[in-house]
Design a protein around this ligand. Structure first.
Ligand code: CP3
Length: 343
């Protein structure tokens, strides 16, 4: 890694060092809020675009060009590795991932192939192209955490209650354990491919972990996420761990082996910082504040930046992904505001 990149505000903050300014990027910064993305995606399926290295490269760069954010996030999806090993799945517009044959039995788990780098040559190519283009701007690689990916596999699609997923966890712990091991290894392999190709940080998305009690998280989920984070730790890059509705899980998500804990917008940042202790935090502006007048949005961002001073380090972000109807010019003003803020 070149010295300018290693010294970037994002990587300094992620390592708990003092950056020149509080770095900012946005979860889901690439995608439907950008007209240039919608244009590129015309007639191209979501998964098809994720498997085309040139499209991935261009889509990942779009928000970096537009906003000058402090990091790029690799354009892909948490279910892409499942598609790459041959599972029959699709990402349906407005719905999300849909799995043709949900996983219910030990035989179903055993039938899922392990991920080899040879399954994802387009990922290696896209990361290499991106790192060359991005120069001093870090590229964040990512994977879905075992619980969140398992929820799509077991439910067959998006679910509010995660009832079938939790039913497997409670009633067939051996099948559950095998499934979590299988997709945990897949997540670790997917992160390894991205980092070996040049990604300089990783984020593990456990978006739906908020469905769990702390006790069930500790018993049935945390060891598997911890294994993915430990494997990623061997690669020597900062690890971000994020979930939604996870107020009660934040300290555990840090203990699982994260360098940076993502805080969703429902938890006041002060409280999130108190819960994660001596770790860097990321977040956590309510994504709907972009629909407020600019000065209302920036006043809230200012409160979050102030609160962030109490943490070991702070990476500014929204408290969940960019909402597709977001006006990109608001995100441009928000980026400018955060980067100009005097620490
Ligand atoms: O810019 C970025 O953040 C990188 C791209 C990215 C996508 N998915 C692209 C995408 C990332 C990091 C993800 C991760 C992801 N995918 C998560 C974790 C993050 C989170 O939001 O909590 C989850 C839970 C998924 C599963 C998934 N994929 C959902 C819920 C959806 C949305 C369904 C919809 O259409 O509203 C998707 C589809 C998806 N992933 C889109 C994009 C740009 C929209 C598809 C399209 O453009 O047609």
């Amino acid at each position: 890694m070149n010295a300018v990149l290693a010294d970037s505000a994002f990587l300094r903050a992620a390592r708990g060092e003092t950056p020149s300014h509080t770095p900012v990027w946005f979860m889901r910064q690439a995608g439907r809020s950008l007209p240039e993305y919608l244009k590129l995606r015309e007639g191209v399926g979501m998964l098809e675009s994720c498997m085309n290295a040139d499209l991935v490269t261009e889509i990942t760069l779009q928000p970096v060009r537009r906003y000058g954010v402090d990091a790029a996030i690799f354009f892909s999806d948490i279910v892409l590795p499942l598609k790459a090993v041959g599972l029959d799945l699709d990402i349906v517009a407005g719905i999300g991932p849909v799995i043709a044959n949900p996983v219910r039995t030990m035989a179903d788990v055993e039938a899922i192939p392990d991920l080899e780098p040879g399954h994802v040559p387009f990922i290696t190519q896209a990361v290499q192209q991106l790192v060359a283009e991005l120069g001093a701007t870090p590229l964040i690689g990512f994977a879905g955490a075992p619980f969140t990916v398992a929820s799509y596999l077991v439910e067959g699609g998006p679910s509010k209650e995660q009832a079938k997923t939790k039913a497997m966890m409670f009633s067939a712990p051996d099948v559950w354990d095998a499934l979590m091991r299988k997709i945990g290894a897949m997540a670790a392999a997917y992160l390894r491919v991205q980092v070996e190709a040049g990604a300089s940080a990783v984020q593990l998305f456990d978006s739906w972990a908020g469905a769990l009690t702390p006790g069930d998280y500790v018993r049935h989920v945390m060891p598997h996420s911890a294994k993915v984070l430990a494997d990623a730790g061997e690669l020597g890059v900062p690890r971000i761990h994020f979930g939604v509705g996870t107020t009660n899980l934040l300290s555990l998500m840090g203990e699982a082996g994260a360098d940076v804990v993502g805080i969703d917008w429902r938890t006041p940042l002060e409280e999130g910082i108190a819960r994660v202790g001596d770790r860097v935090v990321q977040g956590n502006l309510d994504p709907t504040l972009v629909f407020a007048p600019t000065e209302v949005m920036t006043a809230r961002a200012g409160e979050i930046l102030e609160a962030g001073r109490a943490a070991k380090g702070h990476i500014f972000n929204l408290g969940h992904g960019v909402i597709p109807s977001t006006d990109p010019s608001q995100l441009a003003r928000l980026t400018e505001f955060v980067q100009a803020w005097e620490r």
